[in-house]
Design a protein around this ligand. Structure first.
Ligand code: MG
Ligand code: MG
Length: 262
């Protein structure tokens, strides 16, 4: 396994990419409402990325046809933006990646539209909590399995499931670098975490079972049992002082989003 370590100046460039991505997500978030289409959300993100002097990372990646992944309700990941309108009670996960000055930032948020069910609300909260449990476990000297286990434990203690078909990943000049970062694992196993490692942590959580079906478009991945699914992601760096969240600007409070923001 060859993990690419980033120097401190390279982490600053990744953080600059991450700050742009944070602002792009904010613009998308402010537009999420009943009646808007996922194509409109895609265009908001794409225009913002270009205005910030960055470049979409997903558009054209392995042939993906859009700038964002827009994954509604039982879609886990890789939903393709379309004319589908958001409806009251939907949940939507929006995953965005961008290149800036040669470096990639990758993060995802999940939202409720209007009044969502208690179980949907719990799913969003648990997915967010699982991500942050993983981030907090990402300490120099611990192992990657500790991060994976922290995510899995948080999800399963809440009675939900982690998806096995898709995983987090190393990230840097390329969107997908080694190692894979599964959302399940064993504490004390896997590579030792060292300063300069950078990962995209991205719990994908379902209310029901973990089985996945991919639609004929070869992208849209849904839960086989039709249960709701959410995905929340940050790009992080391992540092001597603890994990650094590269897709959160320094002025933004660290930790799960307050539930009223869903
Ligand atoms: Mg992503
Ligand atoms: Mg990712």
């Amino acid at each position: 396994m060859s993990i690419i370590y980033k120097r401190p100046n390279e982490l600053e460039l990744m953080a600059a990419a991450g700050e742009i991505l944070y602002k792009v997500h904010d613009l998308v978030q402010s537009a999420v409402a009943e009646g808007i289409t996922t194509k409109q959300l895609n265009d908001i993100a794409e225009n913002a990325i270009l205005e910030f002097g960055a470049r979409p990372a997903f558009l054209g990646y392995n042939g993906f046809p859009a700038t964002i992944n827009s994954s509604i309700n039982d879609v886990i990941v890789h939903g393709i933006p379309s004319g589908q309108k958001l409806r009251n009670g939907d949940i939507i996960s929006v995953d965005i990646g961008l290149h800036y000055k040669g470096w990639v930032a990758d993060s995802a948020r999940s939202y409720g539209v209007g009044n969502i069910s208690p179980i949907a609300k719990k799913l969003l909260e648990v997915t967010d909590a699982a991500l942050w449990a993983g981030i907090k476990a990402a300490q120099t000297g611990r192992r990657l399995g500790d991060v994976s286990w922290a995510v899995q434990k948080t999800v399963e203690q809440a009675g939900f499931s982690v998806v096995r078909e898709f995983v987090g990943h190393g990230v840097g000049r390329k969107m997908h670098e080694e190692p894979q970062v599964p959302n399940w694992g064993q504490p004390g196993k896997g590579p030792v975490l060292k300063p300069g490692m950078t990962f995209a942590l991205e719990p994908m959580v379902t209310v029901g079972r973990t089985e996945v079906v991919v639609l004929e478009d070869k992208w849209t991945a849904k839960t086989k049992d039709g249960s709701l699914s959410a995905q929340i992601e940050h790009t992080i760096a391992i540092t001597e002082k603890g994990p650094r969240v590269l897709t959160l600007p320094k002025h933004v409070p660290w930790g799960p989003v307050h539930k009223s923001n869903f």
